[in-house]
Ligand binder design. Sequence first.
Ligand SMILES: NC(=O)c1ccc[n+]([C@@H]2O[C@H](COP(=O)([O-])OP(=O)(O)OC[C@H]3O[C@@H](n4cnc5c(N)ncnc54)[C@H](OP(=O)(O)O)[C@@H]3O)[C@@H](O)[C@H]2O)c1
Length: 246
Amino acid sequence: MIVVVRWRIILAIAALLGGSVTLPVRAEHIAVIGTGEVGSVLGKKWAAKGHKIVYGSRTPDADKVKQVVKDTGHGASVTTPEKAAAAADMVLLAVPSPTAKDVVPKLGNLAGKIVMDPMNYYLPVDGYPGPLQGPSLAQQVQTWLPGAKVVKAFNTFAMKMIEDPKLAGGPITVPIAGDDVEAKARVGKLATDAGLEFLDVGPLTAATFIEGMEQLYLGYRMYHRGKGKGFEFHLRPVPDTVFPVR
Ligand SMILES: NC(=O)c1ccc[n+]([C@@H]2O[C@H](COP(=O)([O-])OP(=O)(O)OC[C@H]3O[C@@H](n4cnc5c(N)ncnc54)[C@H](OP(=O)(O)O)[C@@H]3O)[C@@H](O)[C@H]2O)c1
């Protein structure tokens, strides 16, 4: 009981300070659904920091999937997406967004678990991202997984940047959004374990803005196509004295 109360006090302080408090070391049990670029890059980073990784793959016996597990090391394993999600406390949805409506509801009852959504989509119009349509992907995930603690995270940078941090030329900030403060603190810790900074930007409704950031990120590259131009987000928190919101 005392442990729970102490944990909640730490999380409340973390929320007040915008997530800048170092949380106690805690090994997470994470189901990484999808063994593509996002799943394998984050899975390896987290496993190296002591988290327990179970991949969920459509083809757990495929050679390329076995190779991802081997490269991840640190006791990582692989099974089906449903079994991986059932076994873990946190779930990363590292799948293509057009497949999400089929893949995600089949993961089973994830009520009470933390579900991280790094997915993006864009509809090009004249060679530039068109307007986002309807509710954010993260809000759709929430409707497919009632009771899950959905957090939008890890969608606003290229995975190659954390595979090779020198490419980014400095820190990368991951904006995160969700309705559960403890869930966001634990996702934020995973961000720092992957070599990233994080900024809690608000409730799950803010996922719309974070998905919009990816349109800006991608749109910049599309607008400057062929010129080798890109950027990474580095958000600098400042005191709210110039334009205070009351
Ligand atoms: N790549 C990036 O730098 C990056 C950065 C930020 C966000 N994202 C977003 O993160 C998500 C994953 O991106 P990614 O680059 O990791 O994609 P990816 O390399 O194509 O991998 C996606 C994985 O999803 C699994 N999957 C499940 N159902 C699938 C289906 N019907 N068709 C294809 N794959 C299926 C596959 O793993 P199994 O074969 O093991 O089932 C596949 O390897 C996307 O929504 C993307 O927008 C990507």
